[in-house]
Structure formats: C-alpha cells, structure tokens
Design a protein around this ligand. Sequence first.
Ligand SMILES: [Fe+2]
Length: 305
Amino acid sequence: MAASIALPPSTKLHQNHFHHSSFRGSPLPPSAFPCSSIKQKQHGSKTYLTKISAKFELKPPPYPLDALEPHMSRSTLEYHWGKHHRAYVDNLNRQIEGTELEELSLEDIITKTYKKGNILQQFNNAAQIWNHDFLWESMKPGGGGKPTGELLELIERDFGSFEKFLEEFKSAAATQFGSGWAWLAYKDNTVDHPRPSEKDKKLVILKSPNAVNPLVWDYAPLLTIDVWEHAYYLDFQNRRPDYISTFVSNLISWEAADLRLQKAKAEAAERVKEKEKKKEKKKNEGSDEEVYVDNSSSESDSDSD
Ligand SMILES: [Fe+2]
C-alpha cells in the first residue's frame, strides 16, 4: 500500500521570503522552488513531513539556464545558481534556525548582522543570497546596449558620458581584489544626513569584497556584476576582463536597472515625506508646550491682594 503523506498541524511552513518591506531593488518573482530541506519520517503506514527548517528558498533566475548562451553558458548557471547559490540558502537556513533572525526579512538580517563591518557569521550567506537574486535579474537574454531616458541622463550627468561610466564600471569590477562585486547604485542619504541636499542624490559606482553589498551603506543598488571566480571560470577561466566586457556588452538588463531607479527614487521621496512629517509633529508638540500657561504666579499675586 502506498504511504500517505500528512502534515502534522504543528508544522509551520514559513513563506516569508522576499516579502520586502525595505527592499530597494526591483521586485522579485514569487518563489517557485520548493525548499529542499523538508524531511520525511515514516510512522507505520504514514509518512510525515516532520521538519521544515527552511525560511528562505532558492529562487530561480527569471529565464531558462541556457538563455544567456553563448555569453554565459548553461554549465556556469548550473553551478553558479544550482550549487553556489543553493549552498548560501541552505547554510543560512541552518544558521538562523531557532534564533531571533528567523523572523526577519533577508534585508533586515543583512543590515543587522553587518554591524558596521564587524560581520556576524550569518551575514555572508544572507548577503550572498540577496546578491545572487539581484544578479540574475541584472541580466537578460539579448542584454547590453545602452539605457534610455532618465537613467541615461543621470549616468551622463554623474559620470560625464555613458562611455566614461562603462570605463569606470569595468575598472571597478576588474580591480576588486579577490572575490567580490561591482555595483551601480543610487545614493540617497536623506535619512541620517544632517543637511540633505540634491547633491546627495546621485549615481555611484562601488566595489565590495566577498558578500558585502550597498544595502549596508544605505544605498540603493541598480546593477551588479559578480566577480567571484565561480561566476566566470567555466567560460573564461582566469580572464576576468573578458567576462566583464561580455557581461557589459551582452548581458546587462538596463530595464531592470531603470525599474530599480524608479523604485529607489520613490522610496527616497517617501523618506523625505516621513522626515518632514516627524519634524512637523515635533514642532506641533513644541508649540503645544508654549501654549500652556502656568497661572500659579498670577494666582499667588491675586492671593496677595
Ligand atoms: Fe556568485
């Protein structure tokens, strides 16, 4: 007789992955891959799903694994996504199980465990999950070329020209020593900045070691390239500059970067509004205090009459 599968009522399936309250990149597709660490246990004729330890799931790229060929091979995606990215997800799920981090969003785990560079062990896996999700969406079949509209205008304003931007972006990716990432990000420090100005709102190119990403500096990433060797070794061996050129010319999704810019700007505007609201509230509270009149002295004056 075939064993039936029952889920005990006490088993709670976490589905909180990428419910991003503070997510600053483009929205990601709903999780499509079931978690691999559901364990089955045999009790007589019934098989129970006794343990669901995964909070985060391995999300697939938004295109088939061979869709980026010939610029990025199916084998690279099979290893990069299927093995490396999967390992980050499995490791993080193990690390956060039973801890207070289990209830947090991925972004909150990243910022909470970064601790101004005094990195906790969960940070690397959490950030690498986020970075890779972001990377898959930074590419598309038939990508490359040039952005249009506001994104192009900002690139030209902040880097001089699109060609200068490419030069700087490629150089950041090529000169990141060892493993890491290069980023195009929108910088908007209106929250903690004592005197925010329009000058704060600009595009910047950054490089970061290992798993570090611009979220820890409160910047909004628009685009990234992974320069860990596992990202290019199967296709380019040690020729990182060739990989970078191919990525820039044939893989970048400028549509994704543009969507992320719009989202980052909307969030920046929201933050300004929030700040003004708080200021207004404080002002009103202050004026309430001023309205209060202590009559005790005049009473005592009248008493003395
Ligand atoms: Fe990677």
